[in-house]
Design a protein around this ligand. Structure first.
Ligand SMILES: *Cc1c(COP(=O)(O)O)cnc(C)c1O
Length: 484
């Protein structure tokens, strides 16, 4: 499988394969990598896959995208990644073996696809754990190493650290805003004692941390000299890994491959639902993809109107579903590439507008007139909606959901009428409520349950350096730690 850039120039090598693009970010032309065509899944394959355990299903699907790792090695990587021991937080009985079990609210009609059973209790573990094992494998083969530099306000940084801890050839430098994360989030990250994980708490806001990462990455000599890399949400391997659970959810929600399913996805950077779009393009029988945003509704606006208007930082709301607080959806370019008939010139022209801080408007275009063919519908929710949804789900079904999943359930209820009768609707559960306990207490007047193995993590010793938001000082720390 060869990869192309959404803007036409995939760089060197001319036709990169999976391992060539695994460790990088954007294509050299500023575009995003995609397979040159989506592999089609045959009916015979769907029939053969229906009963496969998660790791084997992952191998079957990923081997369509990854043709430059020997099958036996890829199978071993999948088997090592998707184990009941890693995804052990499934909340009842022995469902952990399913990795992403479906929790029905209305049997056969409305369910939660649980994606938050991994080590950091959020769906980013689903892809990041695979990335950790792929990085280690490819770096060892090439005799290389990488120093991952990132900034986090919570979910992504902890998922990256838990995926990369103890991995040969990988170091992680993760900047977080000092004193701005919850005690639980701090404990999750800072209690890691692995020698290849470096937590740096920056005395400033998340944006200060983010600016430092940008400044270091823009210093090309430093970046090359120190083998600086990233694991951001545009990484193709993360999207590919996420395709798997759409298939798994489909098989769990249906009893035959003649049936269809619908998904509702709490969205921020469009990474999760992009994987759903790709699963559908591959031939998975998906009737609808419902996209849910919070008050930061840049994507909802596009799917309703055809206008994509990235917001300014000052227009970005700080909400109680913070992992969806985005002003610009980094993976959205992948969908638009497909929407405009995979024409890289059109994408480059549209993103020239976006990169100049402007909007683009497809409302009158022939392409947008065909948007229904892609199955998308969208909706948005507010803080009051989240509280009401968390309450209603708890009262009606005795299930506690987190704030992001609540955005999904709210929109699923609102748009359920557009899903064909008899088609099960799965809302993707993107985090466990314990990660956002303040809002749960506000909604329900009680603390969410915490998985037993995370009891008291706030009391564990923490490993973190507090530093001023000073680019040169942080470069010095990286240099010292890399030298060892
Ligand atoms: C990252 C995240 C999202 C948004 O996912 P995207 O892939 O960015 O659309 C939603 N919910 C939670 C809990 C997350 O961590």
């Amino acid at each position: 499988m060869k990869y192309i850039s959404t803007r036409g120039h995939a760089g060197q090598p001319t036709n990169p394969e999976f391992c060539d693009i695994l460790l990088g970010g954007l294509a050299p032309d500023g575009g995003l990598y995609l397979p040159e065509s989506y592999p089609c899944v045959t009916r015979a394959e769907l029939d053969a896959w229906r009963t496969l355990p998660y790791a084997e299903l992952a191998f079957e699907i990923l081997s369509k995208f990854i043709t430059d790792i020997p099958a036996a090695d890829l199978r071993a990587i999948c088997a090592k990644t998707y184990t009941a021991e890693v995804y052990c937080h499934a909340r009842a009985g022995d469902r952990a073996a399913d990795i992403t079990p479906v929790h029905w609210l209305e049997p056969g009609r409305l369910g939660l696809l649980e994606l938050s059973n991994g080590p950091t209790l959020a769906f980013k573990d689903m892809a990041m754990q695979l990335l950790g094992n792929l990085f280690e494998y490819v770096l060892a083969k090439r005799g290389e190493s990488i120093n991952i530099l990132g900034a986090t306000s919570g979910d992504t940084g902890s998922a990256a650290e838990y995926a990369m801890r103890g991995k040969q050839g990988v170091r992680v430098f993760m900047l977080s805003p000092h004193g701005k994360m919850s005690a639980f989030q701090r404990a999750q990250m800072y209690s890691l004692q692995d020698e290849n994980i470096f937590n740096i708490a920056v005395t400033g806001m998340f944006d200060d941390a983010q600016d430092i990462v940008k400044a270091v990455s823009n210093d090309h000599a430093f970046k090359a000299g120190h083998k600086i890399g990233a694991v951001n949400s545009i990484n193709w391997a993360r999207v590919a890994a996420q395709v798997v659970y759409y298939f798994k959810g489909y098989f769990a929600a249906t009893s035959s491959n003649d049936q269809e399913v619908a998904f509702c996805v709490p969205s921020g950077n469009f990474g999760n639902i992009c994987a759903g779009h790709i699963a559908r393009q591959m031939g998975l029988p998906v009737a609808k993809l419902l996209l849910a945003t919070n008050e930061n509704d840049v994507l909802d606006e596009f799917f309703r109107t055809g206008v994509y208007r990235p917001r300014k930082a000052a227009e970005t709301h700080v909400t109680s579903s913070p992992s969806m607080d985005i002003s610009k959806a980094s993976n959205f370019e992948r969908f638009v590439f497909d929407l405009v008939g995979r024409d890289p010139q059109k994408v480059a022209a549209l993103w020239a507008e976006v990169d100049a801080g402007r909007a683009f408007d497809l409302s009158a275009s022939a392409e947008f007139a065909r948007i229904a063919e892609f199955g998308f519908l969208s909706g948005a929710s507010s803080h009051a909606d989240r509280l009401a949804t968390i309450r209603k789900v708890f009262e009606q079904y005795g299930v506690m959901i987190d704030t992001h999943t609540a955005d999904g359930v709210k929109v699923a209820w609102e748009l359920a009428g557009a899903v064909p009768a008899g088609v099960p609707l799965l809302v993707l559960e993107t985090a466990l409520p314990v990660k956002f306990s303040e809002t749960i207490v506000e909604a329900l007047g009680r603390e969410p349950e915490r998985p037993a193995d995370l009891a008291g993590i706030e009391a564990l010793p923490q490993r973190v350096e507090v530093m001023a938001p000073d680019v040169d000082a942080i470069k010095r720390v990286i240099t010292e730690r890399v030298r060892g």
